[in-house]
Design a protein around this ligand. Sequence first.
Ligand code: UDP
Length: 425
Amino acid sequence: MLQPVAVGSKILTDYTHIVGRELIAEIRELAEPLQGARVAHISATAFGGGVAEILYTLVPLMKDVGLDVEWQILYGREEFFNVTKLMHNALQGAPDDLTDEQWDIWQKYNEINAAELHDGWDVCLVHDPQPAGLLALVPEKARSWVWRCHIDLSTPNPSTIDRLLPYIRDYPESLFHMETYVPDGLRGTVNVVPPAIDPLAPKNMALSPDDAAFVCNQFGIDVDRPLMCQVSRFDPWKDPLGVIDAYRLVKEEMPSVQLALVGSMASDDPEGWDFYNATVAHADGDPDIFILNNFNNVGSIEVNAFQSQSDVVVQKSTREGFGLTVSEALWKGRPFVGGDVGGIPLQVENGISGYLVDTPERCAARCLDILQDPALGKALGRRGKEHVRKHFLTPRYLRDYLKIFSEQLGVGVHAEQARVEDDAA
Ligand code: UDP
């Protein structure tokens, strides 16, 4: 019932020329005492959104360094995903809390999945709130438990977070993208660790300008005219309607501009289609707006091509847990304009490696600055890429997880240090 995901293979040494020998050596050293450790990642979907994106890289790399890792997807019917989407929205600050009946549905599916989970794990790594009930239900099935929160919990609906807290507070380790996302009342160790992108995945590997143009051309884009683009799920927090408004303002000054809104539909996001239709309606038949999704055959290479081809990449979110799309754009050296919210300012220094904005008007003004001055765009993009190289590529993220596993399992230098400190105390 818990569905295993086949992830293919990746090799850590392939990343050496990108992130440097030192980090690769540090990872090997950390992995040494963890050889054969059994790690389960549990998440809600294997397709769509940032969590799936991350795990397709992290899981094979954890295997490559010697851990025995599996990634499993929760079993759930539509009633469960309707509830978890509502919970996701409430935890990011939406006013509607779940009813008692909806909480019962969440609990019921956690119980079903808890019963299915095999035992004997060294670490069970639970992603996001959907499976967060597992620890409370079957603590004996793993030696240690980690809760990885991928969403913005800075201003949650108070009743929703209160009701979730008893399920998340006892995880021995939890991870958040930012300090401001950490809720009060956690009893375990809290780690502030942002995620990362895979520079060697088809979505991010170097694509020549000709190849990017070739792919975009097949979707009807005129590759000789300027292109703005936002890549993200069709979700109100991503504000695709605001992006269209900004594009219209840009178009008043620069009539040749085009806009691509590229958005995958996630299997655990039942609201997606409604909002997709609302976005299409807002575009009002404008032939220079291209609204595409994975049902139009837009996969990783196509996303790569759109990001690489864009003269400016936008991520005008009004809430954003982290926003992998931001690092994806910067890694391609693209000039970037995005919402000044959540994880976006972690990735972009305003005025140095992109621009942070909070209204469609400011978004349009900054896009125009870039579109009218290609040298400015180039300089922003170059600095953005170096920032991502230092902070937001998967090997750094892998290292952070290995440190946490070492502490939890009591192996390696971290455990040694902790024992010495304990003895001294
Ligand atoms: N994505 C994609 N195709 C799309 C739209 C999005 O592959 O049509 C990917 C995008 O490239 C990124 C991930 O989905 O890797 C979205 O992650 P992010 O953290 O930006 O947002 P989330 O969806 O997790 O809120």
